[in-house]
Ligand binder design. Sequence first.
Ligand SMILES: O=C(O)[C@@H](CO)OP(=O)(O)O
Length: 336
Amino acid sequence: MAATTLYQSVGTLQSCRNNVNSGLCPDYGHVSFRSVSKGFKVDVGLLRGGSFCSRKRSSCVIQASASQAMVFDEASAPSSATTSDSNKKTSEAALILIRHGESMWNEKNLFTGCVDVPLTTKGVEEAVEAGKRISNIPVDMIYTSALIRAQMTAMLAMTQHRRKKVPTIIHEESEQAGAWSQIFSEDTNMQCIPVVTAWQLNERMYGELQGLNKQETADKYGSEQVHEWRRSYDIPPPNGESLEMCAERAVAYFTEHIEPQLASGKNIMIAAHGNSLRSIIMYLDKLTSQEVISLELATGIPMLYIFKEGRFIRRGSPPAPTEATVYAYTKGFAFS
Ligand SMILES: O=C(O)[C@@H](CO)OP(=O)(O)O
């Protein structure tokens, strides 16, 4: 995949949206296949050459056992809790969300959307730093968007993980690809973490704003208008996706594919984008369309949720080894 090339998407958002249900999205260079792998169903995205479209941190203790993990709060966990009686406990799973590190177009302050741009050196460092923060949290499966900045972030973060497993993209787009994947031994499989790439987790399509400088666009159209395009829930930028439209695919993918994995006890990391993650956080935290306006995500800061009894419990951002308090929510979004 010539992923490090800047690549302007072709075709229209509408033609993509029309094809979403059929699983085919040629204008965005993406074909989606449903396949069965290791007992779970996944949608595997195939890129054709380019873009597409705590508060008590220290008390969060995670015990890993095989592919399942019990994640619980030390303060609230019964003192008799051990792995041997784990079958008596309610299964919990960790969900880590991470927005990609700084991209080349973030650096230039350009609207990016579904243009496929790589990380900057700073973005690479952010991803590595993010990896340090989550190095002790078990990860059984990774979901990323189909865009390289999210994939780079996931891979770089996992280089720091304590388990030293190798993130491996699942390719089952054809019989041949499936057969080739069988060359791995069971032993090798044990050393890998499956990575599912899904275009549904892509950044929202910014339409005619893609490639434009954000400041210059604000100067031209007024900062209020541009803020509405960037942060409102249901007002799309010209020929682009609103957050609501982005949520239709991203949250649907989350509930259909990722939530069942969490429910089965798998610890999941999602590496994606500012707006696809805002839509997912809106769902997880039950934010209103007014509240989501002020939700901003920093690049390269992981956010931890615990999935327990069908509920998502926000744990904030795991601390860096040397930092006392860093949160991913940067604009007055208080932890409750
Ligand atoms: O340009 C973009 O694609 C996004 C994320 O970088 O920008 P915004 O902050 O305007 O949503």
